[in-house]
Design a protein around this ligand. Structure first.
Ligand code: ACO
Length: 431
């Protein structure tokens, strides 16, 4: 951040305040209002944080109008094409692409932590057998702080590092176990001779009676899904992680908070909601009816997988994901799947429709990721857990960045109070 020496002038009831302006390396300037209340006795009001920067960060940059997403300066399409998930994890966590030795060391460190504490199996078995895998993940990741006491001290850099590696290594195992448990199948232990994505697919689809031969094209597609979802600057779940972390909560608790936020259909739950919507539409001839509903102000229905708070041109992740979807569907020979037919036609009609064009509503990454995951054999209930696996590194990188800065200020928004003014308590007999 640089101080531009420029200021913004705010006049309130004849009093004038000069507010400093800071310039980022990319993106719009930022008006610093930290002293506004002390000097002006007013708050700002911005529900949904549409114009508010809540932190300084060097990890990810998004220009929604240009459809640009950069991690540490590198465009997401280059990373998705040329890199792979664990290398992107390293980049997000440590700021630079690793050298060959650094990458090998990082991959070994992650690989050495893929198993979960054996006692945690009992924890899984405590859930109802029909529990949503996201509910299980939320509970089990939160419970990691009860199993890994030696990495909960946020003031110790070594413990912060161990906790980070543990979570990146174990969340795929936890997600796969949640899946296995919900199907009544035995847990499949991780295999450390496989890469991150292949290991995850095997833990999900192998059974003791029959091993699972990992198809390299599917493993690559899985790795891409992880890579494309790895971080997305200050989105709702990441901001939740930062807010939870600002109180000094341990890292496992903070990531569990992020998982809880991600679950909502306006955020990570959209991929599940999108597939359910395609199922509900059912056939191409019913699309106009749903388009009509999406445009109707009195109908809460929205086209799931369309629109984004930040991207108002296109979602660069969706471009890569669409390509990946075509590859996977061709490989699996399921191009004539009815949901896919509905998806393709819906995409075509919505892109041509004046309502969607004028509001800049385009298919987002979740529109395509659900289609790929379903073709791979995942039920819709696993879509958001897979998103959580991918995003864990982003949450951790952002949490670490905040804690590393030191002197973390607890996040504590203000409010525009519109409730009752002061009044005296009345005894129940007199009410
Ligand atoms: N279908 C129909 N209309 C829509 C949609 C949609 N999917 N999304 C937005 N709109 C309309 C709104 O009704 C609103 O219209 P208005 O101005 O006439 O009132 C306008 O477009 C702006 O919408 P907002 O809700 O104000 O936009 P916001 O930036 O707050 O919301 C969001 C973004 C939550 C993603 C929204 O587009 C949405 O609900 N999409 C569907 C859910 C989804 O796909 N979420 C995934 C996000 S990506 C991710 O998490 C990886």
């Amino acid at each position: 951040m640089t101080d531009s020496k420029r200021t913004a002038t705010l006049t309130i009831d004849g009093r004038t305040l000069e507010l400093p302006i800071h310039s980022p390396t990319m993106g719009p300037d930022v008006v610093d209002i930290t002293k506004l209340y002390a000097q002006g006795d007013v708050f700002t009001h911005d529900p949904g944080f549409t114009s508010t920067s809540a932190c300084e960060s060097q990890i990810t940059f998004i220009d929604g109008d240009k459809g640009q997403l950069l991690h540490r300066g590198y465009p997401i399409d280059q990373l998705a094409e040329k890199s792979h998930y664990l290398e992107v994890c390293y980049l997000l966590l440590y700021g630079e692409l690793p050298g060959a030795d650094q990458l090998e060391d990082f991959e070994n460190r992650v690989t050495n932590h893929t198993m979960v504490h054996e006692q945690m199996m009992n924890f899984f078995r405590g859930f109802r057998r029909d529990a949503h895998p996201m509910a299980i993940m939320n509970g089990v990741v939160g419970a990691m702080s009860a199993f890994y006491h030696d990495s909960t001290d946020i003031n110790d850099p070594w413990q912060r590092e161990v906790a980070s590696i543990r979570m990146i290594a174990k969340v795929p195992t936890i997600a796969a176990y949640a899946f296995k448990y919900s199907m009544g199948q035995p847990f499949v232990y991780p295999r450390n001779d496989l890469d991150y994505a292949s290991n995850f697919l095997r833990m999900c689809f192998a059974v003791p009676a029959e091993d699972y031969e990992v198809n390299p094209i599917l493993a690559r597609a899985m790795d891409r899904i992880f890579t494309l979802h790895a971080d997305h600057e200050q989105n709702a779940s990441t901001s939740t992680v930062r807010l939870a972390g600002s109180s000094g909560a341990n890292p496992f608790a903070c990531i569990a908070a992020g998982i809880a936020c991600l679950w909502g259909p306006a955020h990570g739950g959209a991929n599940q909601a999108c597939l359910e919507m395609l199922e509900e539409i059912g056939s191409v001839d019913r699309i106009p009816e749903f388009i009509k509903r999406a445009k109707d102000k009195n109908d809460p229905f929205r086209l799931m997988g369309f629109g984004h708070r930040v991207y108002k041109n296109f979602d660069p992740r969706a471009v890569v994901m669409k390509k990946s979807a075509d590859e996977v569907l061709a490989l699996l020979g399921v191009e004539d799947n009815p949901k896919l037919q509905v998806a393709k036609e819906l995409e075509r009609i919505a892109l041509e429709d004046e309502y969607f064009a004028s509001k800049k509503l385009f298919p987002n990454v979740d529109f395509y990721s659900g289609i790929i995951l379903e073709a791979m054999g995942f039920p819709t209930s696993m879509f958001t857990p897979i998103f959580a696996v991918s995003r864990t590194v982003g949450w951790i990188a952002q949490w670490k960045e905040m804690v590393n800065e030191g002197n973390v200020k607890i996040g504590r928004p203000r409010q525009l109070y519109t409730g009752a003014t002061t009044r005296d308590y009345v005894d129940v007999e007199s009410r």
